[in-house]
Design a protein around this ligand. Structure first.
Ligand code: P6P
Length: 339
């Protein structure tokens, strides 16, 4: 009896290789890089799942470049990503939300790496000690500096439109890796019994509309008029407020169920809290590839924003096209009134 091909296990590695063959331009380096990230995700997942049992809970004491208190698991995830990205020799350098500056990786014999990788190793890490989902966010640029010379900061200060790939790993009720190389978005769920990420969400398309909004309601009175009026609209429409304080978790829910995620500017974060390089750009590429919209609260497209600093912040409104368009209408109406 012929088994249905559609239901057979397709691992992340097999899928990446298949995608490589479909795009003649790729010569295997990106495949190796994505595989390195998959290995790091499995290792981080193992530690996240037992964080309560070993002495990696709690705060490491330091503050990272963004002023967030660093959790021990942040550091572990950061170090594992760097270690795994050094395996195939396809990554020339990394920039991490946990580190002040970029780090060039040691060369691997005969390799001339043409990519740099940017990551937030454990986003939402304040949730670790209370057993709420956290995530890893990664994105990949081609290096633009002279291949014969050293990596420069310009290799990282590229707009989101230059991204080659972006993805996230959500360490939740199950562990899922979602990524895009610009040809749609696919999700792979980790099967611990075989230690493989297996395809579970093919060609993800974000719902056109939604009934959930994600914003830190506690800052309502600190938002500008137009954002308060849009949030009032969400409440008038009886939309559900879902906010986990972990961007990967909030965005993944929106990718599946539809909705909008907002982080406007506040007095504490006049330029917005979220980091353009480590959080906003990768999430914007993924959401746009799934048919959604990602703009700032001043209505600029996230992926078009010039990147001037590794730890640059941005405001963000991202999610279902219909909801982001409605938010846009409120900004156009009320910010005009305000000015
Ligand atoms: P707030 C986590 O620190 C993070 O960078 C995102 O994952 C999350 O969406 C946001 O900040 C939460 O910020 O100010 O609402 O606690």
């Amino acid at each position: 009896m012929e088994t249905s091909n559609r239901n057979r296990i397709i691992t992340l590695d097999e899928f990446i290789l298949k995608q490589q063959k479909e795009y003649t331009s790729s010569t295997g380096e990106l495949t190796n890089l994505l595989r390195d990230i998959g290995v790091a995700a499995k290792i981080i997942n193992r530690e996240v799942n037992k964080a309560g049992l070993v002495n990696i809970l709690g705060v490491a004491g330091a503050e990272n470049e963004s002023g967030d208190t660093v959790q021990k698991l942040d550091i572990y995830a950061n170090d594992k990503l760097i270690e795994c990205l050094g395996n195939s020799g396809e990554c020339a350098a990394i920039a991490s939300e946990e580190l002040e500056n970029f780090v060039a990786l040691p060369p691997v014999a005969k390799k001339k790496p043409k990519y740099v990788v940017v990551f937030d190793p454990l986003d939402g890490s304040s949730n670790i000690d209370v057993n709420v989902s956290v995530g890893t966010i990664f994105s990949i640029y081609r290096r633009i500096s002279d291949p014969a010379g050293p990596i420069t900061i310009d290799d990282f200060l590229q707009p989101g439109t230059s991204l080659v790939a972006a993805g996230y790993v959500l360490y939740g009720t199950s562990t899922i890796l979602v990524y895009t190389t610009g040809h749609g978005v696919n999700g792979f769920t980790l099967d611990p019994s075989i230690g493989e990420f297996c395809i579970s969400h093919r060609d993800i398309k974000i719902p056109e509309d939604g009934a959930y909004y994600a914003v830190n309601q506690g800052y309502y009175l600190k938002f500008d008029l137009e954002m308060r009026r849009y949030i009032d609209h969400c409440s008038d429409m009886n939309f559900g407020l879902r906010y986990i304080g972990s961007m990967v978790s909030d965005i993944h829910r929106i990718m599946i169920q539809g909705g909008i995620f907002l982080y406007p500017h506040t007095r504490k974060y006049p330029k917005g809290k979220l980091r353009l390089l480590y959080e906003c750009n990768p999430m914007a590429m993924i959401v746009e590839q799934a048919g959604g919209i990602a703009i700032t609260c001043n209505l600029e497209r996230i992926l078009d924003l010039p990147v001037n600093d590794l730890h640059q912040r941005a405001t963000i409104s991202i999610g279902s096209p219909k909801m982001v368009s409605e938010m846009k209408a409120f900004v156009e109406k009320y910010s005009a009134v305000k000015s």
